[in-house]
Design a protein around this ligand. Sequence first.
Ligand code: GLY
Length: 307
Amino acid sequence: MTIALIAHGGAGRWRPGSDDDATEGLRAAVEAGRAILAGGGRALDAVCATVVMLEDNPIFNAGTGAVLNFDGFCELDACVMESREARVGAVCGLQRVRNPVLVARKVMEETDHVMLTGDGAQRFARVMGFPDHDPVTPERRADWFDKRNRIDDVLGEHALKMRRFLKDHPEYAGGTVGAAAVDGQGVLAAATSTGGVTLKMVGRVGDSPFPGAGNYASPHVAASATGTGEFVLRSLATRAISERVEQGASLADAVAAVLGRMGEDFDADVGLIAVGRLGTPVALHRTKDMPHAFFSGAGAVVSRMRA
Ligand code: GLY
């Protein structure tokens, strides 16, 4: 079996001058996953190690450095899934944890449930030994003040302007992180982690923690989505990729078709990464940027801002 892994750092428009930080952060994260796979390790361990590095890197919108909601605090969502027996775990609305992806994995491995939310998820994290961690960085706090001030300027006139504002300034929307991998045993796994979208309503949950929407692993495909989660949820995008591959499409055609459909249906600002059993990673996006990195087999890690 050919080992392979691909990771993304979020679909959107990156701030000018930050390209190298994004691609180097992704390269390092994929190298960490690659070391696990090359040593005979599991795809699940590889995608978790990759996403942990992205969560710990404050330039990405996940874990430390995640964006703030309308009230000015983080609500973190994450999901892990493995193709074996469709094992899956997810968390939503964590406020004070360093690595939500590892809490999601604990939900999968230590409970009878698939998803825990809010206070329950936070309490579970503490019981599992995850220490208190404030993910809010000074940069994200300053950003939040700036955006709140600018949003207040337009919200009073017409709420639709908030949507227009975010469309004109897509760098203000989030940049989820995610990884998908296949290991030497042909097992596939995917992990996705996010702070959601900037200025989201308190309690809003996007696509990332939902299996089949923002994150999915089947015997055919492991995939992670990024961008405005409401469109991904309404499309069940990662599950749709797997179904198309199951029906005989190539992975590249399946990802292109699902992304194209989201364009037709919603003009969605989204991106997708996927890897199949044969180990060929695919990345496509409808946004200006989607930093991502990948490797397959003995090939070198490729890291770039757009596909
Ligand atoms: N795609 C991440 C979110 O919308 O929450």
